[in-house]
Design a protein around this ligand. Structure first.
Ligand code: SF4
Length: 213
């Protein structure tokens, strides 16, 4: 079972296959893994001891690694407590810089979560902006009904933007979009990101997970 894997010279951390969205571009639709790694579908959600043991083994075999990324085949913040405990273990047992790749919707499922808990553990966050407005966000990201039901159409989009504003106060924060939206929408995303003082990276949509970026 693959909890830690190497990608682009960094150590990626795969603690859950759960997610509150169903993005049209999700790489999980295109295969079981990235590059030549083993399947990223987890047989079970790993516990703390299992994660620590896997980290110790991985890092002893890959001592050149300088950066860790919470990403994997799911949204890491679905397991926010385990994410924090894992980050704390990594910080205590290594000098790795830690980045979180996230959809920014943690507070849709963990309503009282205080982002200040990331302070000192997460050095950088990359948030999926995905669209320039709520309507397109819902079409591209497709938040699941159980997390948005009964709320306004803007709910998830606004939550993600609010999360980005809050994270900007405590660590390096950036946005991404995947080029499944139009060039004009990408430009609108750029303007929105600029207005928030957050850099934007445009990612190419790939259907071949071996050339994923
Ligand atoms: S948020 Fe990430 S894991 Fe979840 S559906 Fe979108 S791309 Fe896939």
């Amino acid at each position: 079972m693959t909890i830690f894997y190497k990608f682009g010279g960094k150590m990626y951390i795969n603690i859950t296959n759960g997610c509150m969205c169903d993005c049209v571009f999700c790489i999980r639709k295109n295969g079981d893994s990235i590059e030549d790694n083993e399947s990223l579908w987890l047989e079970h959600e790993p516990g703390y001891e299992e994660i620590c043991g896997a980290f110790d083994k991985f890092i002893s075999e890959n001592s050149e690694i300088t950066e860790a990324v919470f990403c994997g085949y799911g949204e890491p913040t679905v397991r926010i407590d385990m994410l924090l405990k894992t980050a704390e273990y990594i910080k205590t047992h290594s000098r790795l810089k830690i980045r979180l790749n996230t959809n920014g919707l943690v507070r849709l499922v963990h309503k009282d979560f205080d982002v200040m808990k990331f302070k000192g553990l997460i050095d950088a966050v990359s948030i999926s902006l995905n669209a320039p407005n709520a309507k397109r966000y819902n079409e591209v990201t497709r938040p699941k009904k159980e997390v948005i039901s009964g709320n306004a159409e803007e709910y998830a989009f606004n939550e993600m933007l609010k999360f980005a504003e809050d994270m900007k106060k405590i660590c390096d924060t950036s946005f991404t979009v995947v080029d499944v939206i139009t060039p004009r929408e990408i430009e609108e995303c750029r303007k929105l990101a600029e207005s928030m003082g957050i850099p934007l990276r445009v990612r190419a949509y790939v259907t071949d997970n071996k050339s994923y970026t």
